[in-house]
Design a protein around this ligand. Sequence first.
Ligand SMILES: [Zn+2]
Length: 104
Amino acid sequence: MIDLSKIKLMNSQKLPLTRKQKQIIQEYCYLAALKTLSEEQSEQMSKILEIAIGDEVIDFLIGEADHFIGHKFNIIDETVCKNHQANLKERIVLEKPEADKITS
Ligand SMILES: [Zn+2]
């Protein structure tokens, strides 16, 4: 599970990203929004997902990008989405009491 206290996303509007991380996220967003991927693009996508395994900031932002893209293409049911968020909030509070300060 991602450690929100480390990222402090909710507290500060800006997420500190290195130039490299920003490039990777931009690349991911570009690729994720395409209808089909060429072989080269698929390989690039795999590389990014591999990087995400070892970089929780990128991993988190990829999840957010997927969510955003899902809304953009209308493939997310907002009710499911809200339930998921409520569920997630409960879990975060249960597992990390100090997350209360971040989410409220
Ligand atoms: Zn949503």
